[in-house]
Design a protein around this ligand. Sequence first.
Ligand SMILES: Cc1cc2nc3c(=O)[nH]c(=O)nc-3n(C[C@H](O)[C@H](O)[C@H](O)COP(=O)(O)OP(=O)(O)OC[C@H]3O[C@@H](n4cnc5c(N)ncnc54)[C@H](O)[C@@H]3O)c2cc1C
Length: 554
Amino acid sequence: MSAGNAVVIGSGIGGLSAAIRLQGLGFRTQVLERSPVPGGRAMVRKVDGFTFDMGPTVLTVPHFIEELFAVQPGDAGLDRPDFPPEVLGDDVRVREGVSGGPATSEYVTIRPILPFYRIYFDDGTYFDYDGDPEHTREQIRAIEPADLDGYERFHAAAKAIFERGFLELGYTHFGDVPSMIKVVPDLLRLDAVRNLFRFTSRYFRSDKLRQVFSFETLLVGGNPLRVPAIYAMIHFVEKTWGIHYAMGGTGALVDGMVRKLQDLGGSITYGATVQSIRCERGPSGRPRATGVVLEDGTTLDADLVVSNADYAHTHMHLVDRKWRRWNPDWRVKAMRQSMSLVVIYFGFRKTDTPLDLQHHNIILGPRYEALLTEIFDRKVLGKDFSQYLHIPTLTDPSLAPEGHHAAYTLVPVPHNGSGLDWSAIGDAFVDKILHFLDERGYIPGLMDRLVHKSFITPDHFEQTLLSHLGNAFGPEPSLTQSAWFRPHNRSQDVDRLYLVGAGAQPGAGTPSVMMSAKMTARLVAEDFLSSETTSQVETSKDSPQPHTRATLGF
Ligand SMILES: Cc1cc2nc3c(=O)[nH]c(=O)nc-3n(C[C@H](O)[C@H](O)[C@H](O)COP(=O)(O)OP(=O)(O)OC[C@H]3O[C@@H](n4cnc5c(N)ncnc54)[C@H](O)[C@@H]3O)c2cc1C
């Protein structure tokens, strides 16, 4: 018997993960996606024989993926431990070969990538990070021997943060103030509230090493100068479970998730832009969601609505302001949005000389702190830049025609609060980046070998993905926008409305949005399926007013 109808707005990785879980819980689940393809930020561009993943490329925590593919009708996997004993242990290292579990391999093949990243400094030297402590020590010794001791202390501090912040608290939904207050003493004890760059600087004297051990938060939209040191856990997440690649690209993972949803009986509709979330006043007087209205006027009824759309878009455009007591426009606009990106997708001919690059390359510019301040605070385009250069054809030649490489390079830039006119400056900016890769010898002769070039700017995030100010990662992760301060996965304003994805808790990044989906599904299960929730009046954790929680009644 169905538990009811669920609508999920958006087919990002978080939206698809939530839909899979809800379908597993017994809801008839329909995903509504405005684009003609799934994936949101993880959508794929196929052109001139090349396949480009447009967004995420670094997959971490493969057992989160395995959990999703293991969902079965009537078993959404919500009661199983989040970190089962078999995935824990001391320094569980990347295994050779296929890294997904048995359920994953029915849908997609995942394999580990080594090194995790090659990090180039502006003087041409580099650091290969692969999570192997001995190899890491060797490279630290070569850069600054005096920092070896600091590395040991950094490692111990980051490990303690990872254990408390990720393994123990990672799945906590901070729905009320006490839940947050409870963890404050631990965060202070672990020094996890200091900004990450200052935290790293306590352990390393070398500027290069300070950068190596703090840049990772940029991959989830966090400014290392502002993000709390709790994010040092990313370093440990990578070290513990490795970095992985879906053969065929991240798009193959997204396609696998769509198939999984359909195999469970759920559906996805493309080209369906939701214009509003319908609400009415429930018996308790609180507003509750009853369905959605599409741009073409179609009305769909639902027992619950999950929005995977941008947080600000959901509130300022989809939920009428009369229902929004906790999220009025001024509060939504007051949230700091993460930075944006220019991403250049390009294909080029191979030569007889193999590329001297890795699958994942971080190419740091001459300035670090000043550049971050320009991007995040001053919102100007600096004269120099840092970038992440992704060459998946080094692992998976199927993404390019014979004799070619497919690549993308991603450059952090200010979001559209900057007032920059990308239609006017985009082409010149992109040429500057590609010439840099050629002239600095990263890809020698690139301009002569180039056979395809296309790019996205902050306008893609604003106009195609409907993200406020063209943010690339949702609200910026900072101390005052994390945990309880980050948008809640159960709407504080409207019953039966939930949020999932980068704009909700715990935040951006593929593992986080999968966690977000599990947290949201747990809240739905608590609200709709727990025997205690039927026909009772209780005080919501999120709401200051007593109200009637949704009853089963389907
Ligand atoms: C270029 C880039 C590289 C990245 N690299 C990495 C990486 O290597 N590793 C990593 O872990 N993370 C990475 N990230 C972050 C990660 O990709 C995102 O945090 C994550 O994919 C966001 O997923 P989401 O579930 O929040 O949904 P999104 O991907 O934001 O999808 C939301 C969906 O909602 C749809 N939508 C919006 N409004 C409506 C509406 N009104 N009606 C219908 N549909 C609507 C949109 O079309 C979209 O499909 C990267 C991000 C970018 C942009």
